[in-house]
Design a protein around this ligand. Structure first.
Ligand SMILES: Nc1ncnc2c1ncn2[C@@H]1O[C@H](COP(=O)(O)OP(=O)(O)OP(=O)(O)O)[C@@H](O)[C@H]1O
Length: 277
């Protein structure tokens, strides 16, 4: 449903963030994008919804060539690509319900949203979604009264009320503790399954990526150096993605509570943390 062909991004500073990216994402697939800092993960996600303009190449969402769109056509296409952010991007002074309903902004028009007169069916859907993400009693709370995990649940509900076909998820767990991170990843995974939604999840945590994604794509210096199933990620592959000295530290950080002692050879590390709570 999403196809990137030969996508390259060069920033005006001269930084070449992506080089000739070819990638096809089928409907319903949850793909994790991993790689070291600066590899181009955020740039790739933002090229898809054109928050960043690709320098060249083609990005197709089903029958629509996204790189050619502008104005109203681009706004319409963006409705079908919802984003979930690391820092949640909620409006603190608004209630949970208002934050969720703001996901309908692309549909209801400025004045209707400005005066907060959303259609009854949107409000009913917001109730259903808040229930589904585990916040049935929080709708009247201000967003800044919530914990990080709760805020991310609101961010997920806001994304889903857009009725997207694709989720673009940018480090959803980077500000959360390990247990909450697993709960959030599990929720995203389940919702993608229930709605046959495809997702690209930019994530630093390799163990979480392995545990919850169908597919892992490894970026290094703007190029895809691995594309395979979570179980295919081995020490050699991680060295290719992260470099010789980096990856075992990366995996140990990711495993968190079950981190083995430093003297365990890298080749014997179990990458997936397992036993998620
Ligand atoms: N707005 C920008 N202007 C210039 N260069 C940029 C800009 N944004 C990113 N870059 C450069 O593009 C490259 C890829 O950055 P990007 O943020 O996409 O990587 P990333 O893999 O998401 O990194 P991180 O995991 O640290 O968020 C880096 O070299 C970065 O310095």
């Amino acid at each position: 449903m999403l196809t990137l062909s030969q996508v390259t991004k060069r920033y005006p500073t001269g930084d070449r963030a992506l080089t000739d990216i070819d990638l096809t994402l089928p409907r319903g697939q949850v793909m994790a994008l991993i790689g070291p800092s600066g590899a181009g993960k955020s740039t790739l996600i933002r090229c898809v919804n054109r928050l960043v303009e690709p320098t060249s190449g083609s990005i197709r969402l089903e029958d629509t060539e996204l790189t050619r769109l502008s104005g109203a056509a681009l706004r319409r296409a963006r409705r079908s690509m919802a984003m979930i952010f690391q820092e949640y991007a909620l409006v603190d002074r608004l209630t949970v319900m208002e934050n969720v309903l703001s996901g309908r902004l692309g549909y209801v028009g400025f004045w209707r949203s400005f005066t907060r007169r959303y259609p009854q069916e949107d409000i009913a859907e917001a109730f259903r979604l808040l229930d589904r993400v585990g916040l049935p009693h929080a709708m009247d709370k201000r967003a800044d009264a919530l914990s990080g995990g709760q805020r991310q649940r609101v961010g997920i509900a806001r994304a889903l009320i857009q009725s997207p076909r694709l989720l673009l998820v940018d480090e959803p767990t980077a500000s959360l503790d390990p247990k909450t991170s697993r709960q959030i990843m599990r929720l995203i995974r389940e919702l993608c399954g229930e709605r046959n939604l495809a997702a690209i999840i930019n994530i630093h945590d390799v163990a979480l990526a392995q545990q919850f994604a169908d597919r892992i794509v490894g970026l290094r210096a703007g190029q895809i150096v691995f594309d395979g199933k979570p179980g295919e990620l081995d020490a050699d592959t991680l060295t290719t993605i992260y470099g010789e000295e980096e990856w075992d530290t990366r995996v140990q950080d990711d495993i968190g509570e079950s981190t083995p002692p430093r003297e365990v050879p890298a080749s014997r590390l179990t990458l997936a943390s397992g036993g998620a709570s």
